[in-house]
Design a protein around this ligand. Structure first.
Ligand code: PLP
Length: 395
């Protein structure tokens, strides 16, 4: 059996998105900036996509800037707010300890340039406390950046409350909504954000394309210099086939979400219920305030990387945390932030489901995963010490 359970890393492209990609590449190959008819036809497709992407988010077309994906959108939002803040003498940036590296590394870069960066902690449930956000905001603050949903543990953050708080205090608010867009109904006005990042490949679109929503009037500076594309804020010939495929993928995801959310949630809860029976394990993140498809566990006495290899032998594609940290020996910053100690954080497993997964696949995983964990524990010196009482169980 082949089970793809790594949808937080990337999704398979939707058939309609793939077909749109090919058809736009074939029929609208002109450069949207060209004045001839081939260029103008491409420009019309681009305008149509921008209008539809805006509609899907409750935004205005001119508030949508197409980017190369979520990372670029995060970088551009944060850098734009920081540059504008610095011009007014506001050099404090507030975010959380569990953000994606596209946010954290941008903040680190700004810190080296002299900005003050405050990373708020989260509770053991993976949720940032509103009071902490409120207390951190002062007259020097130019931006609050809090993700909509975490990519490792799936936890949903109180973004609407944070948005309202930022608005009341006159501070710009960015949300990295890469894991949420296409999976939850999102309205930028309800969220109350000034910037929102999204990425097509997390909702059935192609890789290498995304968008940044920028509220009218919020500062936006360019990261890439060149031509006047995207109202002069993002140079480079637009990847029209990718933009069109992303638009179709988002519309279809949202149309299906009413059916997909309860279906995927039921699969998730069955998988969580079954895996919870394994001794000495713990679910990561809030049990209910989480993405419909996210299952994240820590198992004591094993190493995440070795589970992944054995699961792969069984045809199961899983992850230990985020695709970005796997391959490095450092435990996940997200798991450390929710209070998992190093040894426990190393034994993590993330399974992220989509509406393409079936109940048979869940049953298959519930049969194979406990066996793989038992095999690994039987080989582990740490597990032997735990069993012999030479060290004590943490979970
Ligand atoms: C995947 C992801 C990103 C990066 O998006 P790319 O399009 O791969 O650059 C940023 N933030 C979160 C939360 C993500 O899950």
């Amino acid at each position: 059996m082949f089970v793809y359970a790594d949808n937080a890393a990337t999704t398979k492209m939707r058939k309609s998105a793939l077909e749109t990609y090919v058809s736009v590449a074939e029929n609208f190959f002109g450069n949207p900036s060209s004045l001839h008819s081939a260029g103008q036809r491409a420009q019309e497709v681009l305008t149509d996509c921008r209008t539809r992407m805006a509609k899907a988010l409750g935004a205005e077309p001119r508030e949508i800037t197409f980017t190369s994906g979520g990372s670029e959108a995060d970088n551009q939002a944060i850098v734009s707010a920081a540059r504008a803040g610095a011009r007014k003498g506001k050099r404090k940036l507030i975010s959380t300890a569990i953000e994606h590296h596209a946010v954290l590394h941008t903040l680190e870069k700004l810190k080296r340039e002299g900005f003050e960066v405050v990373l708020l902690p989260v509770g053991t449930d993976g949720i940032v406390r509103l009071r902490d956000v409120e207390e951190a905001i002062d007259e020097n603050t130019c931006l609050v950046s809090v993700m909509y949903a975490n990519n490792e543990i799936g936890t949903l953050q109180p973004v609407e409350e944070i948005g309202a708080l930022c608005k009341a205090r006159g501070v710009l608010f960015h949300t990295d909504a890469v894991q949420a867009v296409g999976h939850l109904p999102i309205d930028v006005n309800k969220t109350g954000c000034d910037y929102l990042s999204l990425s097509a490949h997390k909702f059935g679109g192609p890789k290498g394309v995304g968008a940044l929503y920028v509220r009218r009037g919020a500062p936006l500076s360019s990261l890439i210099e060149g031509g006047a594309q995207e109202r002069g804020k993002r140079a480079g010939t637009e990847d029209l086939p990718a933009v069109a495929a992303m638009t179709v993928a988002l519309e279809e995801s949202l149309k299906e979400s009413e059916r997909a959310i309860p279906y995927v949630t039921a699969l998730r809860d069955k998988l969580i219920g079954g895996l919870s029976k394994i001794p000495h394990c713990a679910l990561n993140g809030h049990p209910a305030k989480r993405l419909a498809g996210n299952v994240s566990f820590c198992f004591e006495g094993i190493e995440g990387e070795s589970i992944l290899l054995l699961l792969d032998d069984k045809g199961i594609c899983a992850s230990s945390g985020s695709a970005c940290t796997s391959g490095s020996l450092d435990p996940s910053h997200v798991l450390l932030a929710i209070g998992r100690v190093h040894d426990v954080a190393h034994g993590s497993l993330r399974l992220t489901l989509s509406a393409e997964n079936t109940e048979e696949e869940i049953d298959y995983m519930l049969k194979e995963i406990p066996e793989v964990i038992e095999t690994l524990r039987n080989m582990s010196p740490v597990w032997r010490d735990l069993k012999a009482g030479k060290r004590s169980f943490l979970l």
